[in-house]
Write a protein that binds this ligand. Structure first.
Ligand code: HEC
Ligand code: HEC
Ligand code: HEC
Ligand code: HEC
Ligand code: HEC
Ligand code: HEC
Ligand code: HEC
Ligand code: HEC
Ligand code: HEC
Ligand code: HEC
Length: 322
């Protein structure tokens, strides 16, 4: 019984092999009978020749690379690539080393961004940091690793930029609108070089929208610096947890001294706490309607946070007075 089923299996396998070989045959282009058969030149298999060979013609590039963390490839930090770091990104170079022709070597600068990323991710896949688990618009819209990382450091460009001013310049070359926001009167001090875009954004990926960094688990990265807003509060303003800081703040810059999304505080609050005479048929206001004592025509009630001072949450008062 066991025996026969095994035979059946191997017969089925043989069938698959047969089918596969039929497919390969039928996939071949029909032979052009008119042309006389040329003796095919045996294509020489590409081989690895080692970085020393590349160095003979590209000495400056070789020397520059040794000054970057990628020198570790040459010395064997990635097993299999020692003594041939050049070819870890450029592929086997035997043909090019002979011909010295640009056509015979892979140049990432001429590849599609997705292919560049794959070249880098050979080694940078699944790193501890989100590098290699790209989930940002940068991967989706094809901004290659090399848009931000200069592998060969021409003109003093570094492999990783850490200087805040340089990071801001790099990001702003594409994100002009966001950079313009930092010209508003109240903003984080990026133009002064005290902070950079990557204090709030991870350029590679994040669990949060807009690649906003996380802090203490998956909370917004704002709390890394503004930890007093974290709570937990006995009386929470649920907005903080549910919609996050940007329900009320524009961290890129604002006309309001507290970087609120509107120039006046009450306009922010009234987005959710409208005390308009709402007809019963309409859905209730999201955050609840302030009681009738609030006469919004009176200047006394216009600055909500004069009374509701602990608007981020309070440990003693349900209505955030203290
Ligand atoms: C015999 C000298 C010589 C050797 C050896 C050599 N190259 Fe080149 N390489 C050149 C020259 C010359 C060019 C410029 C070709 C051109 O612009 O037409 C070039 C261009 C290149 C380019 C740019 C291609 C492009 O599309 O613009 C890359 C990448 C490159 N070499 C990598 C390598 C690597 C990697 C090695 C070692 C495996 C290597 N080269 C070994 C002479 C050499
Ligand atoms: C980590 C990947 C990586 C390694 C390792 C690497 N290259 Fe490159 N190379 C690139 C990329 C990416 C480019 C495209 C230009 C750029 O973005 O800097 C490039 C471009 C080049 C060019 C074209 C000229 C230029 O400067 O744009 C040459 C020549 C070259 N590489 C040679 C080498 C040699 C020689 C080595 C070994 C010493 C080497 N590369 C090692 C990634 C690499
Ligand atoms: C053959 C493997 C390999 C390839 C391919 C490779 N890298 Fe690397 N990369 C390394 C190693 C090894 C280091 C040294 C630091 C480490 O061990 O993580 C490194 C370091 C880096 C660093 C600096 C990290 C730091 O903490 O300072 C950056 C940035 C980087 N690589 C970007 C790239 C980019 C961009 C590409 C593609 C053009 C690329 N790498 C391709 C192996 C590789
Ligand atoms: C080469 C151009 C370029 C550079 C440089 C660049 N970006 Fe982007 N960025 C883009 C593109 C394209 C998108 C996708 C826009 C879209 O999806 O609508 C994007 C999207 C984003 C987003 C939106 C979130 C997302 O995942 O879609 C953020 C945040 C961002 N970039 C931050 C940065 C930061 C921080 C830097 C500097 C470290 C930077 N970018 C550098 C082109 C660039
Ligand atoms: C939009 C610009 C941008 C793109 C695209 C980008 N990086 Fe980065 N990368 C940075 C910046 C800026 C830093 C420094 C971050 C910091 O200082 O916190 C960095 C840091 C790194 C580091 C070292 C620190 C770490 O987080 O491990 C590595 C490795 C790295 N990038 C690899 C890559 C690879 C591989 C790709 C492509 C798959 C890539 N990067 C794409 C901007 C970028
Ligand atoms: C103080 C923190 C912080 C800084 C600094 C910061 N961002 Fe943002 N950014 C955010 C937050 C939070 C969002 C999400 C906005 C939202 O939810 O409406 C965002 C959204 C974005 C977006 C998505 C589109 C948009 O405008 O909403 C882009 C692109 C972006 N930032 C780029 C940048 C660039 C480029 C820099 C540096 C010049 C930068 N950011 C600096 C916090 C910051
Ligand atoms: C890297 C640290 C850092 C991060 C991350 C950060 N901030 Fe700030 N924030 C500051 C500093 C420092 C100030 C002080 C004001 C200044 O720079 O002049 C500030 C000021 C503010 C102010 C105005 C405070 C005042 O006194 O008027 C608001 C509102 C604010 N941040 C909100 C946010 C939000 C929302 C986020 C997340 C999207 C965030 N911050 C992320 C450092 C940070
Ligand atoms: C419901 C709207 C709202 C939300 C959500 C909110 N804020 Fe605020 N925030 C305000 C208002 C209003 C002020 C101004 C208070 C005042 O004028 O006294 C303020 C002020 C601030 C200030 C400066 C004054 C102070 O109290 O230190 C910082 C910093 C700040 N917020 C950070 C944050 C952070 C970080 C988050 C997210 C965790 C956040 N805010 C979420 C409404 C909000
Ligand atoms: C994004 C919507 C939103 C914004 C903006 C907002 N709130 Fe709220 N607020 C809520 C929600 C939702 C609740 C919870 C209501 C409930 O529990 O029934 C709440 C609760 C409150 C409470 C306590 C009410 C109660 O029933 O316990 C007060 C007071 C309050 N908000 C004041 C403010 C002030 C002042 C501002 C402006 C600085 C503001 N809110 C901005 C959504 C918002
Ligand atoms: C002069 C002080 C004062 C100002 C200014 C003020 N409130 Fe109030 N608010 C109160 C008092 C008092 C209560 C009632 C508290 C109670 O019932 O215990 C209240 C209650 C509320 C509640 C409902 C709390 C509940 O129990 O359901 C909301 C929502 C609210 N206010 C929003 C606002 C908004 C939005 C503004 C700005 C437009 C504002 N308040 C300005 C004093 C003020």
């Amino acid at each position: 019984m066991l025996n026969s089923s095994l035979t059946g299996l191997s017969r089925a396998a043989a069938g698959i092999v047969l089918m596969a070989s039929c497919l390969t045959i039928s996939a071949q282009p029909p032979a052009k009978s008119a042309e006389p058969a040329k003796p095919a030149e045996p294509a020489k298999a590409l081989e690895y020749v080692g970085s020393e060979t590349c160095k003979a013609c590209h000495e400056e590039i070789f020397n520059n690379l040794q000054k970057t963390p990628h020198s570790a490839i040459e010395t064997g930090a990635r097993r299999g690539w020692d003594q041939k770091s050049c070819e870890s990104c450029h592929g086997p170079g035997s043909k090019h080393a002979e011909s010295a022709s640009a056509d015979d070597i892979k140049n990432p600068a001429k590849l599609a961004p997705g292919q560049v990323d794959r070249t880098c991710l050979q080694c940078h896949l699944n790193q501890n940091t989100p590098v290699g688990r790209l989930a940002s618009g940068h991967a989706k819209d094809q901004v290659a690793c090399t848009s931000c990382h200069s592998v060969h450091g021409a003109g003093g460009a570094k492999l990783v930029i850490h200087n805040k001013t340089e990071i801001n310049q790099k990001c702003s070359t594409c994100h002009l609108t966001q950079w313009a926001s930092f010209n508003r009167p109240y903003k984080h001090r990026l133009p002064e070089g005290a902070m950079s875009c990557v204090d709030c954004h991870n350029p590679h990926a994040s669990f949060r929208d807009d690649t906003v960094r996380t802090a203490f688990g998956n909370e917004p990265g704002c709390l890394q610096c503004h930890s007093d807003k974290r709570g937990p509060f006995v009386y929470e303003h649920p907005v903080l947890r549910l919609e996050g800081c940007t329900a009320c703040h524009d961290p890129h810059g604002s006309a309001n001294p507290r970087m609120l999304t509107r120039h006046e505080v009450r306009l922010v609050c009234l987005e959710c706490h409208a005390n308009l005479p709402i007809p019963v048929a309409q859905p209730p206001s999201l955050g609840g309607v302030p009681p009738a004592l609030h006469d919004l025509r009176s200047p006394r009630f216009q600055n909500c946070t004069i009374c509701h001072t602990k608007v981020h949450g309070s440990n003693v008062d349900r209505t955030f007075f203290r």
